[in-house]
Design a protein around this ligand. Structure first.
Ligand SMILES: Nc1ncnc2c1ncn2[C@@H]1O[C@H](COP(=O)(O)OP(=O)(O)O)[C@@H](O)[C@H]1O
Ligand SMILES: [Mg+2]
Length: 255
């Protein structure tokens, strides 16, 4: 089982879109079993699949982080489609951060134990955490649980600093004996302009792993989020659909 945190301190860089499409392609093209977990209080990932989801009435990752999960790990999943399950997010994750600071309530390491139980049962192949921007209780829990981090970014100055902060954080976790590694930086919303070409060259000259494959910018992606359909299903021939499929092959080491 592989456990992946999709994270960048910067918002709007394609973390959620990458989580959705990674999971979709792993399940439908590579026949893997995937659990998606929404660590963001904005709940974009949860609302994409379950627009009516009510966190007050249902299990969400917040309960897991305060030790209120069902004893058998798989009883905490919301099935979405064959091979794909979700641990929903909740806006209560914001409140949890406040309580975590004030009262020490929440245990980020619980998520790691949860993933270890899943690995032990061998009932899923991938855990994919869609993280919020910044170091919150849920994103720290995801980093503690994860074997590897995918850092989506786009070419602009602010994204560069978000990416560098992430890389520094991962290095400091490794120094503190975590085995987490950066799988790679994924350039999203790529387009053939001077600034993007130069930014990409700069990124590739730095001491961080960067995926060869980039994801091109296309209006089909925001359209697919309105339609609440992964891009390969929404627009199979679109640039982003081809790029995400090629990237997943690269990620799995198949090219
Ligand atoms: N390849 C792409 N082409 C065009 N728009 C994209 C692409 N990837 C993401 N977007 C858009 O960028 C915005 C931010 O994406 P999102 O996945 O929500 O970022 P994050 O989770 O990092 O905040 C969304 O409006 C999304 O539709
Ligand atoms: Mg997001």
């Amino acid at each position: 089982m592989r456990t992946i945190a999709i994270m960048n301190n910067k918002g709007g860089v394609g973390k959620t879109v990458t989580a959705i499409n990674l999971a979709d392609i792993l399940v439908r093209e590579h026949h893997k079993r995937v659990v998606l977990a929404d660590c963001d209080g904005q709940m974009n990932l949860t609302r994409f699949y379950l627009p009516e989801f009510d966190p007050d009435m249902n299990f969400s990752i917040e309960r897991l982080l305060v030790g209120e999960s069902e004893p058998v790990w798989s009883d905490n999943l919301t099935p979405l489609s064959p091979g794909l399950d979700l641990i929903p997010g909740s806006s209560g994750l914001y409140e949890l951060d406040v309580r975590a600071i004030k009262d020490g309530l929440s245990s980020p390491e619980l998520l790691r134990g949860f993933c270890q139980a899943a690995a032990h049962d061998n009932e899923t192949d991938f855990f994919v955490f869609d993280c919020p921007p910044g170091f919150t209780t849920a994103s720290i829990a995801a980093l503690i649980a994860a074997d590897e981090v995918v850092i989506p970014m786009l070419v602009d100055g602010f994204s560069f600093s978000g990416m560098m902060d992430m890389a520094a954080q991962i290095r400091s976790m490794r120094r503190a004996n975590s085995s987490i590694r950066i799988a790679g930086v994924l350039l999203t919303q790529w387009r053939n302009t001077e600034v993007v070409r130069q930014g990409e060259a700069l990124l590739r000259s730095l001491d961080v792993p960067v995926f060869r494959q980039t994801i091109r910018r296309t209006e089909k992606v925001p359209e697919s989020t309105f339609d609440r359909t992964p891009i390969w299903q929404y627009s199979p021939g679109s640039a982003a659909s081809q790029d995400y499929r090629a990237w997943v092959r690269e990620y799995l080491g198949e090219v």
